[in-house]
Design a protein around this ligand. Sequence first.
Ligand SMILES: CC(C)(COP(=O)(O)OP(=O)(O)OC[C@H]1O[C@@H](n2cnc3c(N)ncnc32)[C@H](O)[C@@H]1OP(=O)(O)O)[C@@H](O)C(=O)NCCC(=O)NCCSC(=O)CC(=O)CCCCCCCCCCCCC(=O)O
Ligand code: NAI
Length: 718
Amino acid sequence: MALYRRIPGAIAVITLTNPPVNALSCTVREAIYETVKRATADQEVKAIVLCGANGKFCGGADIKEFSREMRGPPLVPMIDMIEESEKPVVAVIEGVAFGGGLELALGCHYRIAHSGAQVGLTEVTLGLLPAAGGTQRLPRLIGVPAALDIITTGRHVSAQEAVRLGIVDKVTDSSAMEEAIEFAKTVAGEPMGPRRLSLWTAACPEDLDSLLEGALVRIRQRSRGALAPVACVQAVRAAASLPFAQGMKKEQELMAYLFTSGQARAMQYCFFTQRAAARWTTPSGASWENTKARPVRQAAVIGLGTMGKGIAVSLSRAGIPVIAVETEQKRLKAGRKAVNSMLTRESQKRGLAEAHLGSISFTLDLRKLRDTDLVIEAVFEDMALKKQIFSKLSSVCRPDALLCTNTSGLNIDEIASAASRPELVVGTHFFAPAHVMKLLEVVCGPRTSPVAVATAMQLAKRLEKIGVVVGNCSGFVGNRMMRPYTEQAYYLLEEGARPEEVDLVLEEFGFAMGIFRVMDLSGLDVGWRSRKELGLTGPKLPPGTEARSRGGKRYSPLPDILCESGRLGQKTGRGWYLYEKERVATPDPWLQSFLEDYRSRFGIQSRRVGQDEILERCLYSLINEGFRILQEGIAASPEDIDVIYVSGYGWPRHRGGPMFYAWMVGLPKVLDKLEHYHRTHPDIPNLAPSSMLRKLVARGSPPVHQWRALIQQHSSQL
Ligand SMILES: CC(C)(COP(=O)(O)OP(=O)(O)OC[C@H]1O[C@@H](n2cnc3c(N)ncnc32)[C@H](O)[C@@H]1OP(=O)(O)O)[C@@H](O)C(=O)NCCC(=O)NCCSC(=O)CC(=O)CCCCCCCCCCCCC(=O)O
Ligand SMILES: NC(=O)C1=CN([C@@H]2O[C@H](COP(=O)(O)OP(=O)(O)OC[C@H]3O[C@@H](n4cnc5c(N)ncnc54)[C@H](O)[C@@H]3O)[C@@H](O)[C@H]2O)C=CC1
């Protein structure tokens, strides 16, 4: 709702009141209409101040209403009514003004913000565009280039930047409300015509076409295949070239197109599932509601390699003092140098004084960890080494210290068996680069206590990451699902495809990089080491093992052969691609002839593999593994799997995540295709459709949010 009150000085104050973010629900819109009409009709009122309750102006339209039939007064005429008011309307922006919230403020004649506030037209992140006049008013207010950037990225703009750009008229460190009231008194009675943005003309550069073309290029790089940012560019073009009314018409047409698109549905699904992941539960009844996290006042990181460095930076950035441990002086020195320069870059980027960062001390002595509340181990992926460290930690650390491992797939329970308090051992699987990537898989072993889960999830929140609780199995959720996906990619090469063909299909789907480019970037030796560890290749492989079969199942030795010949990816200048210029992947003629020789050596008839087959075999095998994970209770819900893929593996947000995508495609189609590919390749067992998929199809393919009820009938590993 919106509360109305009169205060001395002939001011009416209208307060949006819809916790937690004062979203513009049907009731709120009705109340705004009514209160603005009341204020404009009241002869005693000379100016109107519009604010939000509880220190937040407005989080925009009520996203929950998008999936229902629209009721109540629409936003556009409501904002027009405010703009047309003869009495000045001053918006008080505290907390946030996002999406429809900022559009509402743009309809007001003045905007006064608190210095801690943020504004933004965030609709593009929900698969939409700012369709309450935002695409037309913002370019008129701040010019086309700056508006184009804000509208197509949906980025959050600080109050300081907002005043610099002219989005708000004034920023204050003290009470924005008081400032706005005083200001309103000074402008009461002035003509409001010049303050109506709909009457302005957008300042437009001469080279408008090249500006818009440049934006489209960046959009294709950032989010290939996404409809909303492209529609945003079209709407801004309308603002630059058409009168306001015609621009508004274009905005509405584009919105109608986006609103009913599967992409908008997928992105709104992502918005809610990301938040739902924090509400974890385990079948034992433990949950985020009934389990208190332990306070973390000091943390430690063991190992300052690729991951440890980023983890230490993340902790420090959250204001947590860190002790970083290495094995030898040289590595410690290198780690310290790298961490310090990352922190300097961070503080420059965020405009933070270094004093706001948690201090980091560096040591070779594990005994220095006696007072830490939480330790994160990030040493080599080696079970014996990890067990040795956990055993030492048990004797060095306080008995209640939480012991976390960053293993990317080893058995948490086996690691915990080396600790004296296995219930305080939990997996905290960060993703590279750890100070950038948002995902944190919180891996719960059979003996992990609820308090350990709660503390790790609380840590995720403090580090501004998205924590998702998963069960203990080889590769957990994310990496386990990657295995069948990468295997299919190798098999496709064996059968006749080229790496660049596979990558192109995946990039057209929306991944920022195809799988072969990803492997080249992270290093082919990562998977090679793990295959050697598993005895699939290398010295542990029993003599006489067939080259293309392991345990009666198909196996591709292609990546092993590449590694054996020193092709480890970007770092060696060649892998699946050639890198003559740093980081620029070019198809390698050597690889092409190597693949031809390989096929003829093994009598494989090369064929043209179609784009549909590439996409279906890669994605459906990954999705099928997701169904198995659900069936085994390794993930609590399909939504959790989707959050993991969108926030940790570059799955395009506008496709919702693998499980949501499967539902959008149609579960019967996914089942059909898997059956077909499994018939064609009976030696690839993970193409056999999982029983969970069959069950869902048999139940009529219910929407994703109903799967959880079916899954609960299965055992859970959480
Ligand atoms: C605001 C935040 C920054 C707050 O963050 P934080 O404090 O961290 O809290 P959260 O955990 O994120 O949120 C708390 C809680 O609130 C819920 N929530 C947040 N925002 C909203 C919202 N806007 N609506 C509903 N609920 C919201 C959130 O889900 C949490 O609850 P939980 O899920 O239960 O845990 C942060 O929340 C944030 O960033 N929020 C989103 C801000 C945003 O993106 N806003 C934009 C919304 S879209 C918008 O405003 C669009 C428009 O204005 C356009 C309007 C035009 C509409 C016209 C429709 C015309 C259609 C024509 C089509 C015709 C089709 C046909 O022909 O049929
Ligand atoms: N590299 C990646 O992309 C990811 C790795 N992981 C996991 O994170 C862990 C670390 O991986 P990386 O950082 O890539 O390894 P890395 O090889 O880059 O670094 C490991 C570091 O640990 C140090 N170390 C080894 N033994 C030690 C000991 N006893 N005490 C203190 N330090 C010791 C080494 O000196 C080295 O600096 C592994 O378990 C890995 O599986 C998880 C997610 C992603």
